[in-house]
Every structure is written in structure tokens, then in C-alpha cells.
Design a protein around this ligand. Sequence first.
Ligand SMILES: [Zn+2]
Ligand SMILES: [Zn+2]
Length: 376
Amino acid sequence: MENQKSGISIGKRKSGFLLFITSLLVLLFFILIFLSRNNHQFQDRIFKAALKQRVQLPRADLGGEKNLDIVFCGSGSPFPDPINKRGQPCLAVFAKNHFFLFDAGSNSAVKLAIYRLPLQKLSQVFFTHLHSDHFSGLGEVRLLTWLQGKKSALKVLGPNGTKRTVEAYKEAYFIDSTFRIAHHGADFLNPSGTTYQTQEIQFSKEEKSKIVFEDGPLKITAFLVDHSPITHAFGYRVDFGDRSLTISGDSIKHPNIIKFSKNADVLVHEALNPMMVKGLEKRFNEIGNKLAAKLMGDILDYHTSPLEAAETANEAKAELLVLTHIVPPLPNALVERIFLRKASKIRKKDTILAFDGLHLRLPLGKKTILKGDFRP
Ligand SMILES: [Zn+2]
Ligand SMILES: [Zn+2]
């Protein structure tokens, strides 16, 4: 009896204590809300703490002699993606003291800044082809490299037509550049940082590939893919020592992609799910949007399905397949599973969907692929 009584009183004391702590926490919570809404000193302290956390120097540990680093700064397509926020194509690659960008769709510059990539070190931009979703962020990228201290022309390599496109960007930003130089001074904003150095990659009729960059153990090869009716569409392979990365660009399933991703550590391949796009086409027809329905029908013939991308990776014996340029946008995990349904059947593992902020590190002399997330 005694024991039972003391057991009950301990239980009562325990629940009383819990009630006291909970009430204290609730009270504290409301005090914090009150202070954050009304107390200027409190607000300023929060602001200072946030500044410290948000404003930091760009990352200095990417690339170098020991790593091939890859950062996805745009893993979507021209489709707006309000939920997963996959932006238009943009892939940052770091090796040695180089920082390369493969494509620069709209919003690339914002993503590069958010992930604290060292924009002033951007060496070259490579275009896969001249669909606007692959270059429409170029002006903003160049602007940010300049505002972060780049003092030389930005090199841009791409297919026929690149010069014309880049010249137009130069002209579009000319007045903006004069305003900024007048305001901040040429000592801080070197006018050379407003310029471009453009090179068009030409292929003879017999050529299917070409080395477009070489620096010791680092080599970049451009190869032809098929994105007809777009002429001159390229994929790229990056080799750095014993590590490698292949980028498909926009293309149908293509033997050159298989050839140039042979034993690659990472194959970054575009992917469009035909079943889903046909579903969109049907839906647009139902609601009477004939133009959107026509566009959906048309894009089916010049992209690669996730299944075909998985076949390519398997045939090439590529280690990790990363699907990017994802069409249509995927709002949740269920739709992601539908997107990958057929691919998963023939490639059980080592296939992932890219997301903006995904970081892959390939240390030289090892087999590992380290995955990280640069989203703040
Ligand atoms: Zn395209
Ligand atoms: Zn595209």
C-alpha cells in the first residue's frame, strides 16, 4: 500500500514537472515572438547573426590538384518548376585552378552565387547548343564574374552561332557596364571584365569529336550528338587524371554518348519521360490549348527517355548516372518514381536525379564519388 502511494505521488510530481517545463517553453516561445516583432535591439542581433551566416567568402576548396568537383547549378529545363525549383541547364566543373561552366540557362548566376561558387575564377563557358535555355543566363553570369573581381574577358566556346549570340549579350550590357564603371571606378571594376573571348568549335565532315581544352592531365573533348533539327549540338567529356565526367547535352540516345562515356565515373544525361509528356499533350488538348499540345508533341522526338539514358550508361559501363534537364518537372517523390519506373528496371542502382545544389566530388587516385548538397 505504502509503495503504491509513493508510486502515485512520484508519478504526480513527474507530470507536474513536465507541465511546468512545457508552460515555460510556451511562455519563452511567445516572449521570443514578441521580442522579434517589437524589440529593435533583439531584431538587430538576429540580423547580425544572419549576416554572419549568410555572407561568407566564396568556396576555396573546389578543384585543385586532387579533386574533380561537379556542381549542378541548373538541373531542369525550359519548363517552370515552382516546387523543386530545378533551373535551366547549368553545370559547374572544377579541376586544377580551372572553373568551367557547361551551359548557362536563366537563373544560373543566382544559383552560382547562392552556392558560393568562386565566380571571379570562372575560366570558360562551354555551350552544348544554342537553344535559349542553355545560354539565356550568360549576361548575368558575366556580370557577376565582373562584380566579383574578374579582370579579364570571359571565354565562351560553343557551336556555330556562338559569336553572334555572345556579341548580342555584349551589346545588351554595354550601357549597364558604363554606368557601373562611372559609379564605382575602373580601378575596382576593370573594363576588361565586361568583355568576352569567343570561339566557335568547328567540325569537318569526317570529325565526330575534338579536344577543345588541355592542361596537363586535364582534357575536355567535344563530341557531336543528335538534337535535330538543331545543327551542331555537342556533348562533352572531361578527363582529369584517372577520373572522368561525360555530359550528354540535349540529344536523342546516341552512339557517340555511349562511346564518350565509356567507363566514365559520372554520366550526366538529359532525360524526358515520353509517357508523362504525352499525358501533358493530351491534357492540353482537352483544355483547348492547341499550341502547348503541339509543343509537347514536338519535343518528344529530340530527347532521351530515362530508360534510354539508363541503357546508355549500362552499355558504356558508366559508374554513376545522373539524370538532368528533367522534363517534365517532378513535384514529389511519387512522380519521381513514375519518372524513373522503366529505368529502374534495367539499372537497379547508381542512378540519381540531379537537383540544383548537388555536389559530386571525385578524388583522384580513388574510385569514390562523394555526394554533397550546397543548398543553404
Ligand atoms: Zn535543346
Ligand atoms: Zn534544353
